[in-house]
Write a protein that binds this ligand. Structure first.
Ligand SMILES: Cc1ncc(COP(=O)(O)O)c(C=O)c1O
Length: 453
């Protein structure tokens, strides 16, 4: 098969046989996806040889950049020994043990002491939710089973994680979801009915959570779960006092605090962990994405000493009857060990803070030029542009309005890959990004916004 017929074969079969995540299947035929065949650092290439600056960072996960020699070599070295063996009951493998030690060392400031592995972010949160329920059963409080989370939260798409997720768009087609999950308002500084003062907003939102816990009965609530910065739900960066207040309210009612660090873990927001920026220690933390930059699927859930101690009790429900065939997959863990080495050696959290700060400044300039931009925001290399029909009223584009997708498409036509999501553009490049790459992205956005207006 020559190159043209090979790419035609792929396009046709994609349209014929393939359902893509988060996509209306009809769209695959009408608006076929780019077929990506190659990556190098911060750039990717499609099947026709077109080159793009990857401002999406894979899916906010390729933190060390594409095609890193060290990560590939670690996978190959492990592959030469053994590709897979299970980690259930009576076997283990060196890369996952090494990774557990590395994670616990990195998480010392958070006081984490044990870790379980899975294959991604949904798994990591599923594990967090299940361990939280089991914790209370083993502690002889079997009635503490409910979970509270935030409206617009994104914790994953399996039934448990989806039940904790607060976005109506993700939930509607699959309802009814699991009982015992409740959502409260998120601290959205751009869109909220109460105040423009961030600190006051944090107080209001945590007060709403406090009231919900009291309404449910603190004795029935297992945990509160949230992302340090809400990602897919709109890039909601909480006020600085929000997470410290969350910790206080969880302590007041004796409920566990779960930090979903699937996006924010390992440097994306400019500190090694999202919660660390506010000096907050969660009881359980979930990770995926940046743990090994997506070279092989991996997720992890860490618990602190308080939680881990429960499993020392002699209780009939203490055995952990949870786990996956691919828990602690040797190739994925080998990739993670090499990946974390790079994250630390190259001080990627610091680079994310520096380059992210520059990116945000440039986005603010872009906002001055284009009336369709209602807000720009970001923390580290986790940024968003929010489009509005009217800046004064903040009237959003309807979910079906083609404008944000059009801007993203224009950017692609100018060699820059960005992701549109609802009425926003999400920018989440590799943490190795530099300021001239920011300039390249801004220039494409500027041209696209001019063309789109
Ligand atoms: C904060 C957060 N949690 C969980 C998930 C789910 O991760 P996965 O898609 O790997 O299951 C995501 C995915 O984007 C996420 O952003």
């Amino acid at each position: 098969m020559n190159e043209t017929s090979a790419s035609n074969f792929l396009r046709e079969n994609n349209a014929k046989h393939y359902w893509h995540p988060m996509t209306d299947p009809k769209r695959s035929a009408e608006d076929p996806p780019l077929i990506i065949t190659k990556g190098e650092g911060e750039y990717i290439w499609d099947i026709d040889g077109n080159k793009y600056l990857d401002v999406t960072g894979g899916l906010w996960n390729v933190n060390v950049g594409h095609n890193r020699t060290e990560v590939k070599q670690a996978i190959i070295d492990q592959l030469d020994k053994i590709a897979y063996y299970n980690t259930f009951i009576s076997s283990a493998n060196p890369p996952s043990i090494e990774l557990s030690a590395k994670l616990i060392e990195m998480l010392q400031p958070e006081g984490m002491t044990k870790v379980m592995f899975g294959s991604g972010g949904s798994d990591a949160n599923e594990t967090a939710l299940k361990l939280a329920r089991q914790y209370w059963k083993v502690m002889d409080h079997p009635e503490k089973t409910k979970f509270i989370s935030l409206k617009n939260a994104y914790h994953g798409m399996q039934f448990g994680a989806l039940s904790a997720s607060g976005g109506i768009l993700w939930r509607r087609a699959y309802e009814p979801l699991m009982p015992g999950f409740f959502q409260v308002d998120n601290p959205d500084t751009y869109r909220n009915p109460w105040t423009s003062d961030p600190s006051e907003l944090a107080n209001i939102c945590v007060n709403i959570l406090d009231r919900e816990i009291q309404h449910q009965g603190p004795g029935t609530v297992a945990a509160f779960i949230a992302e340090p910065v809400q990602g897919a739900g709109g890039m909601i960066i909480p006020p600085d006092n929000y997470w410290p207040l969350l910790r206080e309210v969880c302590d007041k009612h004796d409920i566990l605090l779960i930090a979903d660090e699937v996006i924010t873990g390992f440097g994306r927001t400019g500190s090694m962990f999202g919660t660390r920026a506010w000096g907050v220690k969660a009881d359980i933390m979930s990770f995926a994405k940046g743990i090994n930059s997506g070279y092989i699927p991996l997720g992890a859930t860490a618990v602190n000493k308080r939680v881990a101690e429960a499993w020392k009790r002699d209780h009939p429900l203490a055995p952990i009857m949870h786990g996956y065939t691919y828990s602690g997959h040797p190739l994925a863990c080998a990739a993670a060990n090499a990946n974390l080495e790079i994250v630390e050696r190259e001080n990627l959290p610091q680079n994310a803070a520096k380059v992210g700060g520059y990116f945000l400044e440039q986005l603010k300039t872009l906002k001055e030029k284009h009336a369709s931009i209602g807000d720009v925001r970001g923390k580290g290399l986790m940024l968003a542009i929010e489009f509005v029909k009217d800046r004064k009223t903040k009237e959003p584009f309807s979910p079906t309005d083609p404008y944000p997708a059009l801007i993203a498409k224009h950017c692609r036509d100018h060699g820059v890959m960005v992701r549109n999501q609802a009425h926003r553009i999400i920018l989440s490049p590799a943490l190795t990004f530099n300021t001239s790459e920011v300039d390249e992205a801004i220039s494409a956005l500027n041209v696209s916004l001019q063309a789109g207006s």
